[in-house]
Design a protein around this ligand. Structure first.
Ligand code: PEP
Ligand code: MG
Length: 583
């Protein structure tokens, strides 16, 4: 049997399926005898005490590192734990139904969640997520379940999941996860982006993978074309083993190219950099010949932990990257939590439209005390390399000015303490919201560079959720609207003599590279693994040819036509690429 999904990270993986379900803790309904009731009550009380002390530990850390106001959020959690009505209801249920306490508790908490989520009062409605959070913690302690993570797998597997959060993915080790597949998600969801960084073949948006695949099934994951084969016969297995070897050979051939500069045949030079999520990816950046870091997604520092990284820890992380990259640029993007990146101890309220919600720079400007911790850490690290600061999700000049103001305050705070930093540190804005793309002539006057975030720019300008597999067919980087916006951003930047880069996934597709090169993009930043291929493309075309391609595609009426045209020209100009990739 085979399934088709969205290719998220290239390569072929063959291995045993491991079903990973993060959605629910499994509670079994178990009858108990009358005389067990007192010990079940004790078990319940112990779980409450344990949960309380866990929450107090987190609260203390948050209070120490971020201030008392942030820690106060957890008071609501503590109140749930002390709710007499809830506790009585569980004890009553135990006596009446004579079922194990986890079963009774899960029923009671589900009832509470239902009642609260239907409240008209906004304040009470918002308590639903507190009840949910605490409920899960108590249940986990009752069952004695370990927090499920992918960090301690005992054998090499292919992970099959409904969804994986970026933090689940960050917990994966290439050693034990050969590949992964998910029911939901799109090509530029952060889970897919992480898979690429880790060089793990992945297919997302399969819709029914978790129901069709059984634990222990043998799977082939074709992350290049988006196919999954379940329990293949010998012939199919052989075919994919050959494809796997060819892929490895292709990657190796490109690696020969990694240390050559990205200069076109007629001598036009651009920069090819890499995107990272975690400091330890720097070795991959260097191994693939990137000329710098065009995007350091710092929010991953905040994930998979019970506390928040303080200034020292952040400083050390940024310094480590800056030192390793020596004179090459390291663009550190300030916190961009929200959208599809949650799961940190910074509490975000539940929102109807998280991609349009209280996230990234909006959150940071509302919480200057959190923001400044990061800004001071970046500034201090700037002494150790070629560090630049970049703000995400800028929607217009007012917001940019506010961010720069907080940065100036952070600088002043360091001066007051006689702490060193690069006084001339460059500041850039991500252009990933249409309103910024349309006013970038104004923004260009007040920053040192732009980096185009096409992952978001596409989703916002086409109104297509980047992580939704059902509408992935509409997610088109080549849509004329997107191309016009990109052209406008590049031209506006150049008019003000600032350089313009791109750190969205679009910059990593060979056909699109041709268009972007021709439009005058100065810097291309992508997952380290793709760097050699993009360098190869740039070095094997002329700037003149690329310019003609860009001019042509801007006249075409649909994204499909643009894609066909750009790929056709790419194959004519560099036949080796397609021939070797598809052999
Ligand atoms: C983007 O939006 O294109 C981008 C590079 O940032 P992220 O994928 O982290 O949203
Ligand atoms: Mg973005």
């Amino acid at each position: 049997m085979s399934l088709r999904g969205i290719p998220a990270s290239p390569g072929i993986a063959i291995g045993k399926a491991f079903l990973f379900d993060t959605r629910q803790l499994v509670v079994t309904e178990k009858d108990i005898k009358q005389d067990v009731i007192p010990s079940e009550i004790i078990r319940f009380e112990e779980a409450l005490i344990k949960t309380r002390s866990e929450i107090l530990v987190i609260q203390k850390k948050i209070s120490r590192e971020m201030g008392v106001q942030h820690a106060e959020i957890f008071n609501a959690h503590l109140l749930v734990l002390e709710d007499r009505m809830l506790i009585e209801e569980v004890i009553e249920g135990l006596k009446k139904e004579r079922k194990c306490v986890e079963y009774i508790f899960s029923k009671v908490i589900a009832k509470y969640i239902k009642v609260f989520s239907k409240m008209n009062d906004e304040y009470l409605k918002e308590r639903t997520s507190d009840i949910e959070d605490v409920g899960k913690r108590i249940l986990k302690n009752l069952i004695g379940a370990q927090e499920k993570t992918l960090s301690d797998l005992k054998e090499q597997v292919i992970v099959v999941a409904y969804d994986l959060s970026p933090s689940d993915t960050a917990n994966m080790h290439k050693k034990n996860v050969k590949g992964f597949v998910t029911d939901i998600g799109g090509r530029t969801s952060h889970t897919a982006i992480m898979a690429k960084s880790l060089e793990i073949p992945a297919v997302v948006g399969l819709e029914k993978a978790t129901t069709r695949i059984k634990p222990g099934d043998i799977l082939i994951v074709d992350g290049t074309d988006g196919d999954i084969i379940i329990n293949p016969d010998k012939v199919v297995l052989k075919k994919y083993e050959t494809k796997q070897q060819k892929f490895v050979k292709f990657e190796k051939a490109l690696l020969d190219f990694k240390d050559k500069p990205a200069i076109t045949i007629d001598g036009y030079k651009v920069e090819v950099s890499a995107n990272i999520e975690l400091p330890n990816e720097v070795s991959s950046v260097i191994a693939h010949g990137a000329e710098g870091i065009g995007l350091y997604r710092t929010e991953f520092l905040y994930m998979n932990r019970n506390d928040v990284p303080d200034e020292e820890e952040q400083f050390e992380a940024y310094k480590k990257v800056a030192v390793k990259l020596s004179k090459s640029p390291v663009i550190i993007r300030t916190l961009d939590l929200g959208g599809d990146k949650f799961l940190s101890q910074l509490k975000f309220p539940h929102e109807m439209n998280p991609f349009l919600g209280w996230r990234a720079i909006r959150y940071c400007l509302a919480k200057p005390e959190v923001f400044k911790v990061q800004l001071r850490a970046i500034l201090r690290a700037s002494v150790f390399g070629n560090v630049k600061i970049m703000f995400p999700m800028i929607s217009g000049l007012g917001e940019l000015r506010q961010a720069i103001k907080v940065l100036d305050e952070a600088k002043q705070e360091l001066r007051n303490k006689s702490m060193d930093f690069n006084q001339d540190i460059e500041v850039g804005a991500m252009i990933e919201i249409p309103s910024a793309a349309l006013t970038c002539d104004l923004l260009a006057k007040e920053v040192d560079f732009f980096s185009i975030g096409t992952n978001d720019l596409i989703q916002y300008s086409l109104a297509v959720d980047r992580a939704n597999e059902k509408i992935a067919y509409l997610y088109k980087p080549t849509h004329p609207a997107v191309l016009r916006l990109i052209k406008n951003i590049i031209d506006s930047g150049h008019k003000e003599n600032i350089w313009v880069g791109m750190c969205g996934e679009m910059a990593a597709e060979p056909g699109f590279v041709l268009i972007l090169l021709g439009m005058g993009l100065d810097e291309f930043s992508m997952s380290p693994v793709v760097v050699p291929e993009v360098k190869y493309v740039i070095s094997n075309v002329t700037f003149e040819d690329a310019k003609k391609v860009a001019e042509q595609v801007l006249k075409l009426p649909t994204g499909e036509e643009v894609e066909v045209f750009a790929n056709k020209r790419l194959n004519e100009l560099i036949p080796w690429l397609k021939k070797t990739k598809k052999q």
